[in-house]
Every structure is written in structure tokens, then in C-alpha cells.
Design a protein around this ligand. Structure first.
Ligand SMILES: [Zn+2]
Length: 249
């Protein structure tokens, strides 16, 4: 977990989102230049979040996924330069991602984004727990991310376990209740069908349960988009949220 420094107070490495901290952070964010990407090849790649629309931010990461699928990623060539240049000064991510913890879903690689560009939260089954929602609210309210991608993936063990409901050790079964609505709503025992439904439900839950998220979505300043990642091809597919699943349209 790297809820990194509030840009207004680098001595505070925790993530207290008091009103003072939020306002200070947002002010500092607005005044700060884009993270040191002077060597970036394109203007789009170096744009800070306040200069991008939600659609532009999503286009950037989907263009990155196309490079990843084509076997022509470029982000890794910039990472060390970014660390050396300015990563310690703050973070200016453009997109938040809620991903499964599965080791086959390396989020920055999948979207071919360098250090500092994605605000990633991960938990098995990509479920919207209170802690995940709080983390993404920080990314939205303080860091100014313009889109959140809620991304399930093929061959997801958490989804399969929720469908089959086996005896499991420890606290693994704590994941199941959040995934079961997708099993019931889809009426399917096909893991991929449930995975797609789960991504949609978790994205809708993020909007419906958070005034911070809902307010930004309504204002057109944020998009929350379900997605599925194919671990066999590397391809990300964005999914729609049915209007009926949004409680406060
Ligand atoms: Zn998974």
C-alpha cells in the first residue's frame, strides 16, 4: 500500500484526509508541474491530471494496453529516470485502478504506464471494501485522478471460489460475500460471466457508496469504468455500467 505523501506535507506519510490536508494538497497539486517527464516523447504522456479529461486519461491507458498487447511497451524505459528525477516530490497519477491481487495482472505493465501514472489498489476479487473505497477517494479528491478502472480478469481464483464455495482455510471466505451478488445477478456458474458481472457491480458500488465518487461522476470530472483483463492475450476490455445499476442518476 503506498498512499503516498500528501503533496502539501511530505513529512506526513500517512493518509489522513482532513479538510485542511485535502485543501492544501489540492492547492499544491494545482501549483505543481507535471512529474519530471522532460524526456517524455509525447505531450500526452507527460500531461498532469488537471490538464486531462476523463476520456483522454482512459485513452492514454488503453493506448498503453495496445502497445503491451503488441509487444512494444515503452514505459519501463522511463521508470528509472522518473525515480531519479522527481518521484520523491509527490505523485500525479491520472487513473486509479482497482485490480485483483492475481500475480498475472501487473497493472502498470498491462497499461504500459511508468511510475507515477497509475494509482493502483488491489484486493483478491477486485472488490470495493471500505478501505479500497477510502484509498480511491484519496486518489480522486486529493490527487485528482480522472478515471477509475475496476478490472477483473479471466481465470480469477477468487471468483471461482465464490461460485464453488469450497471449504477454505483462514479468512479466505471473507472475500465471498462481496462476489456472490455477481453470481446471483448473472445466474451463471461460468467464471468469465461472473467476472464480468462482478466488475460491473463493484464499479457501480464504488459510485453508489461514495459521495466523493458520485459527485465527481455527476460533474463529468471522473469516469468509473468496469473492465476485464484477459490473462491469455494481455488485452483489456472496457465494459458499460447499465443505467439501472446507478442508484442516483
Ligand atoms: Zn483474481
Amino acid at each position: 500500500m503506498s498512499l503516498i505523501e500528501n503533496p502539501s506535507d511530505t513529512s506526513d506519510t500517512c493518509c489522513r484526509t482532513t479538510r485542511r490536508n485535502v485543501i492544501g494538497a489540492v492547492a499544491a497539486l494545482a501549483a505543481a508541474p507535471a512529474i519530471g517527464l522532460a524526456a517524455e516523447p509525447t505531450a500526452a504522456a507527460s500531461a498532469s491530471p488537471e490538464t486531462l479529461s476523463p476520456d483522454q486519461a482512459l485513452k492514454e491507458i488503453m493506448d498503453g494496453n495496445a502497445r503491451f498487447v503488441a509487444g512494444a511497451p515503452t514505459a519501463h524505459t522511463k521508470d528509472l529516470a522518473i525515480v531519479k528525477a522527481r518521484a520523491a516530490e509527490g505523485q500525479w497519477p491520472i487513473v486509479g485502478v482497482l485490480s485483483c491481487a492475481d500475480s498475472r495482472v501487473p497493472v502498470e505493465m498491462v497499461f504500459d504506464e511508468p511510475i507515477g501514472r497509475l494509482f493502483v489498489t488491489r484486493v483478491a476479487g477486485n472488490i470495493t471494501t471500505p478501505e479500497i473505497i477510502a484509498s480511491l477517494e484519496y486518489g480522486i479528491a486529493v490527487l485528482g485522478i480522472k478515471a477509475v478502472v475496476v478490472m477483473g480478469h479471466s481465470n480469477c481464483g477468487a471468483v471461482k471460489a465464490a461460485i464453488e464455495n469450497p471449504e477454505v482455510p483462514g479468512q479466505i471466505s471473507a472475500l465471498f460475500p462481496a462476489i456472490l451478488p455477481a453470481v446471483y445477478m448473472s445466474g451463471s456458474a461460468d467464471p468469465m460471466v461472473v467476472t464480468r458481472q462482478n466488475a460491473v457491480i463493484q464499479a457501480a458500488t464504488l459510485i453508489n457508496s461514495s459521495p466523493v465518487v458520485e459527485g465527481k461522476v455527476k460533474a463529468g470530472e471522473l469516469k468509473v469504468v468496469p473492465a476485464v483483463y484477459d490473462v491469455a492475450t494481455g488485452k483489456v476490455e472496457l465494459l458499460p455500467i447499465p443505467p439501472a445499476m446507478r442508484m442516483n442518476k
